[in-house]
Write a new protein. Sequence first.
Length: 248
Amino acid sequence: MPQIHLRAEVGDYAPLVLVPGDPNRATWIAEKFDGGPGAARQVNSHRGLLGYTGTYHGVPVSVQTSGMGAPSMAIVAEELLRLGVRRFIRVGTCGGIGRGIKTGELVIASSATPFDGATRTYMHDEPYAPSADFGLVQSLVHSCEKRGQKVNVGQVATVDVFYNPDADYFSRWRARGVLGFEMESSVLYYLVARARAAGADVAAATILTVSDVLSEETTSEESYLPLDELNRSIERMIEIALEAGTAG
C-alpha cells in the first residue's frame, strides 16, 4: 500500500537510500547512478519529494528528498522505514561553528543534539542523545581518507531556526563541542534507533558539506559559499557517500 507522502510500494526503494533535503540534489544524485541521466527509475514525485531508484557500481541504491527541517524528515523517514529501507545516509549542508572549520570541508555527524521540536515531541522532552551508526560513520570516514579529503567527525546540533537572532547562539554551542548547525539529523537518528530497538536491521549516518561558518568575525550571509564552489563540494560529498554506502 502506498504511503501518504511517498507514493511508492514496498520494493520500490533499495535497502540503501541517500537522503538530501533539496529535490534538485536528489535528481543530481540519481544522474550518478549506473547508466547516467535518465537511467534511474523515479519512484516518487508527490509534493516535490523526488525519489529515484537505480544501481551504483551494480549495487541497488535509492535517493529520496527529505525537504527542509525535522518535521519533514520525520515524515519521510517514517515512511521509508515502512517501505523497507534499511540504510540511511543523509547528505546535506551545515553551518560550521567548530573552531577552525572552514567552508567546503566535510562534517560527519556522530551524534546530533535534538534542539528541534520534532525530536522533543517524540521524546516528550526527556533527555536523549541521537547517535549515528558506527559502521556507517566508519565507512564514510574511510571513503574520505581514500580520497585524501579532510573530514571533521563529531557532534552537530539539529535546529529549527536558520536565521537565529541570538547574539551568543553559535558561541554557546561551539563551547559545548558542537561542530555545526543543521536541521534534520536528530529526528532521523531517533527514528532509526527506535526501529532498531524494535528488532529491525537499520542504520543511519549523516555527512554534510560546510556551506557557511558562524563566528565572531563573520555571519552565514557573509561566508556562504558561491553556488559553483558549493556545488563542487557537494558533488565530492555525494560521491563519498555513494562509495561508502555501496562498499562491500
